[in-house]
Design a protein around this ligand. Structure first.
Ligand SMILES: Cc1cc2nc3c(=O)[nH]c(=O)nc-3n(C[C@H](O)[C@H](O)[C@H](O)COP(=O)(O)O)c2cc1C
Length: 280
């Protein structure tokens, strides 16, 4: 489910050029006399008519504060204010006018925001998080994440995986020290989640477990929560400490929390051309 905000324009080509080239929107759909644009998950369209809608304001928000400055440098001739920090809303923002005089706001939220990353945005921008805000995660949020994570595929749809929240400070410290620097993020997070595959239910615990864990990581990010896959947790002492049967496969214990720095810097990836190979 989604939605589209439509506006009337008398200069469809000029408007299309402004929003694609200067605001960096994609064209989502071309219709007879309308163009629908996309910015993240914001869909908005312009239809060629004999008058122009200029009421309201189009706000575009970005992940980085510095993007607001970069956008300001590009949009300076149309800007009506310089970038400023707005204490009331905890945002960094400036305003500009589009070629038909509509008000456009460019902003960055100076706090984590939930539930806007979807689809390609979610796949591309999820990052491993190793430092967290000192903000608790309530049970309702954990419930929402698991509600999404449970849609992970599994062999024969046996659904062998389960999730164990860890909030105890002592347990988090112990887990954080277990793999030295590799598991330290667990100790820094307000909570952790053990992701386990029940080997009585599946013959493919590693595959089922990995895909369930990745589903969990993506679901958490969708709700604004950072995680980090911590490897090499499938040890008897770890499982005993967590009360998990030693025969079960402990896929990972991930820290879970609101990232202290947002966004977490992207890591490099190989080019698609490098990993798309011809079959022999
Ligand atoms: C199987 C696996 C094991 C990992 N183990 C650890 C770990 O023990 N500690 C850690 O900090 N990160 C760990 N990571 C996270 C990776 O370092 C991270 O995914 C990678 O650097 C890419 O960064 P990104 O997740 O931000 O895109 C692990 C990831 C995977 C998939």
């Amino acid at each position: 489910m989604s939605g589209i905000l439509f506006m009337k324009t008398q200069q469809p080509d000029v408007i299309k050029q402004f929003y694609t080239e200067q605001i960096h929107c994609d064209i989502w759909l071309e219709q007879a006399d309308c163009t629908i644009l996309k910015h993240g998950n914001f869909l908005f369209g312009f239809c060629h008519r004999d008058r122009t809608d200029t009421e309201g304001m189009l706000t575009f928000f970005f992940r980085r504060r510095q993007t607001v400055d970069e956008m300001y440098a590009e949009l300076k001739p149309m800007a009506v204010s310089e970038p400023v920090y707005n204490e009331k809303y905890r945002i960094y923002q400036f305003f500009a006018r589009d070629p038909e005089n509509r008000m456009v706001e460019i902003q960055w939220f100076d706090h984590p925001v939930a539930q806007y990353a979807d689809g390609a945005d979610l796949l591309k921008h999820r990052r491993s998080t190793r430092d967290f805000l000192d903000a608790e995660i309530n049970d309702a949020t954990v419930q929402k994440v698991v509600e999404l994570a449970r849609w992970a595929p599994s062999a024969y749809n046996r659904q062998p995986c389960y999730y164990v929240p860890i909030r105890s400070r002592d347990l988090k410290s112990w887990l954080g020290a277990r793999l030295e620097t590799a598991s330290e993020p667990i100790d820094r997070a307000p909570m952790a989640m053990a992701i386990v595959a029940d080997t009585d239910i599946t013959k493919h615990p590693e595959q089922d477990g990995s895909i369930a864990a990745y589903h969990f990581l993506l679901a958490a990010w969708h709700f604004g929560l950072g995680t980090c896959w911590i490897g090499s947790m499938n040890h008897d002492d770890v499982k005993e400490k967590l009360g998990i049967p030693t025969s079960h496969y402990l896929v990972t214990v991930t820290p879970v929390g609101y990232p202290s720095e947002y966004p977490v810097e992207p890591t490099d990836r190989k080019a698609a051309s490098e990993i798309l190979k011809e079959a022999r």
